[in-house]
Ligand binder design. Structure first.
Ligand code: SF4
Length: 189
């Protein structure tokens, strides 16, 4: 049985397709785990949650929803100076580690054989960094980390809410900066 950590519906569908296309995994029972304390604000967390539940129902896959606990995210970034929070590699590494740590914990407690994560479709972090975190946690928890042989990141999906930023408040400010020319500390009125 595999526990797939998911961050949004779009990335979930890409990973579900990748898992089901792997002959060694296509028969494995799959559950989705929505644990994303990084997502800001709560309305965004809820919009993505509803979209994930919609695609899970359409694909007849069980989904487990963890509460929105933003304090977990800010605690994970605690040692990172504010200036470095706009360095994606620094903050995303901590964010992925936080979400995978909780996913592995839940998987070990509930006797899953495999853990995987939609963070593997991310263009925010090199895949090598994500795999290293996954493999380290796999060893620690005695649950295998699964990386599909192929992920079609160009897969076009529709029919549900799609976000236009990665999730955290920093990525939201970066997105606003690209779109409206604002600085990283907020909107210039
Ligand atoms: S950009 Fe995405 S992966 Fe990186 S810290 Fe923010 S929410 Fe997490």
């Amino acid at each position: 049985m595999m526990l797939l950590h998911v961050c949004c519906a779009d990335c979930s569908l890409k990973m579900i397709e990748a898992i089901k296309s792997d002959p060694e995994m296509k028969e494995e029972e799959l559950n989705l785990y929505y644990y994303n304390p990084n997502i800001h604000p709560q309305s965004e967390f809820t919009a993505r949650q509803i979209a994930v539940q919609k695609i899970a129902a359409e694909n007849n896959i069980k989904v487990i929803i963890a509460n929105w606990t933003p304090g977990d995210y800010f605690q994970a970034l605690e040692g990172l100076p504010e200036a470095n929070r706009f360095n994606k590699l620094n903050r995303c590494r901590l964010c992925v580690r936080l979400r995978l740590t909780q996913t592995f914990k839940f998987a070990a407690e509930n006797k899953y054989s495999f853990v995987s994560s939609t963070t593997q479709t991310s263009n925010y972090m090199p895949i090598g960094v994500i795999l290293k975190i996954g493999e380290e946690l796999a060893q620690k928890n005695g649950v295998e980390f699964y990386h599909p042989p192929q992920i079609n990141c160009e897969l076009k999906t529709s029919g549900f809410y799609k976000q236009n930023y990665c999730g955290c408040v920093y990525s939201l400010l970066e997105r606003m900066g690209e779109k409206y020319g604002t600085n990283k500390r907020g909107v210039n009125y």
